[in-house]
Design a protein around this ligand. Sequence first.
Ligand code: ADE
Length: 240
Amino acid sequence: MWRASLITLFPAMFPGPLGQSLAGRALGEGVWSCDTLDLRGFGLGRHAQVDDTPFGGGAGMVMRPDVIDAACTAADPGGRPLIYLTPRGQPLTQALVRDLAAGPGVVVLCGRYEGVDQRVLEARGMLEISVGDYVLSGGEPAALVLLDACIRLLPGVMGGTDSAREESFADGLLEYPLYTRPAEWNGRPVPPVLLSGNHGDVARWRAEQAARATRERRPDLWKMHAGSAGGALAPTAQAH
Ligand code: ADE
């Protein structure tokens, strides 16, 4: 069973939307499991404090390394990667999702406030991951994104058709456009090649469309298409 453990101040956010639909069914069937560790339980003092003001000054609060470390120990990662979700992390890609889904599961630290003391991230060899170039109010929604992407790849969660579709993103290309009935809708016909019954022509047209969409919409992906990825599971490199 693929095990997801979430270290969070808001355990009620899990499994949240992942209790529904495909992920929810897989959860019920025991394909994956979801447990939470309430960070507050590791807080210090009368107020169970988990954060403090940043050394050097500045806005907001920083999560304490001792509190985070105690929670990480309690989470008992075993062979699972310890992930910290942060806009400073490496971008979440399908290659990284595939690596994570192929492993025993994940332990995910969800930060709140301005962030987490750098020392515990380094001491624990945490894998820092970002779900995009924007700032969320906390790591929890990012964790839901990460888990959803992994769960749909677990054996038995989706049908064969969809795993094939996922493979197309493995090429680093966007998907070709999709059409269904009616063949003409509001004066808009479906591209005729899709009605031709010629599988070779359809495959060629789809490949062209995928290349074109990637070139026009995501020049960054298009440039990388020729290059390669890899080493996606290495701990986040630290600048000293
Ligand atoms: N926490 C806040 N913003 C985030 C992001 N973009 N990715 C991952 N974790 C985050």
